[in-house]
Design a protein around this ligand. Structure first.
Ligand code: 13P
Length: 253
């Protein structure tokens, strides 16, 4: 049985007071309403990780995640936060390779491989993002393009390390656009990626890997997306900023 996961990527949103309030609201609702077999994750701006993590105390299926980490352990990298630092602060998840990091901060597949290594070496669970642009989607090779992202950033991992990775498929054309992938489009990609993972790590390891969908996933469409055989949850942007919507999504399995 694969783990069901709903993660909220808050991106660069919320003041400190708003973040605290949202985390408290989500925590209360997860405790009261979300089944124990659904892992819920909040990924706030790093500045609020401590406060958000504090709000998760006592809620077994709720955790905090960073949105990024640096691949080096420490050093002269002004403005950066390392995986080692996140681990030292008790954080257990980190989003790696979000398309916004790839696009605006020029993160390459090779650099993301190093970040995945850093996360795993420090006991963090990487939420590894992949996905294609609209231009790529309109061509013939969009499945292979996304598979290649996995090959270049994950396939150096041992089977033991690979087993700790969560994957999030986020078509760039669906992020923040209100354009969701249809359940057929999501299922096609997720099944393809699982097949790709099976070639490298074997069917059992591929079957055990949670693959989340992200991109305009909301309280209305989550149920249809999560009903797909190979969709194991969601990485939620905009809708994770409203506690009630986020919780509706977490209850959509
Ligand atoms: P939206 O849900 O706002 O489209 O964002 C998706 C996303 O990028 C989550 O990481």
């Amino acid at each position: 049985m694969r783990k069901k996961i709903v993660a909220g990527n808050w991106k660069m949103n919320k003041t400190a007071a708003e973040a605290k309030a949202l985390a408290a609201e989500v925590a209360a609702l997860v405790k009261a309403e979300v089944p124990a077999d659904v892992q819920v994750i909040m990924a706030p701006p790093a500045l609020y990780l401590d406060a958000v993590q504090a709000a998760t105390a006592g809620v077994a299926n709720l955790a905090a995640s960073a949105q990024n980490c640096h691949e080096k352990a420490s050093g002269a990298y002004t403005g950066e936060i390392s995986a080692a630092m996140l681990a030292s602060a008790g954080i257990s998840y980190v989003i790696i390779g979000h398309s916004e990091r790839r696009q605006y901060f020029a993160e390459s597949n090779a650099q993301l491989a190093a970040k995945v290594d850093a996360a795993l070496a420090n006991g963090l669970t990487p939420l590894f993002c992949c996905g294609e642009s609209l231009e790529t989607r309109e061509g013939a090779d969009y499945l292979a393009f996304v598979a290649q992202q996995l090959t270049e950033s994950l396939f150096h991992l041992s089977a033991d390390d690979f087993a700790k990775v969560v994957i999030a498929y986020e078509p760039i054309w669906a992020i923040g656009t209100g354009l969701t992938a249809s359940s057929d489009q999501a299922q096609e990609m997720h099944a393809y990626l699982r097949g790709h993972l099976a070639k490298q790590y074997g069917q059992a390891a591929a079957d055990a890997c949670s693959i989340l969908y992200g991109g305009s996933c909301n309280a209305k469409n989550a149920q249809e997306l999560f009903a797909c055989a190979d969709v194991d949850g969601g990485l939620i942007g905009g809708a994770s900023l409203i506690a009630a919507d986020f919780i509706t999504i977490a209850k959509s399995f």
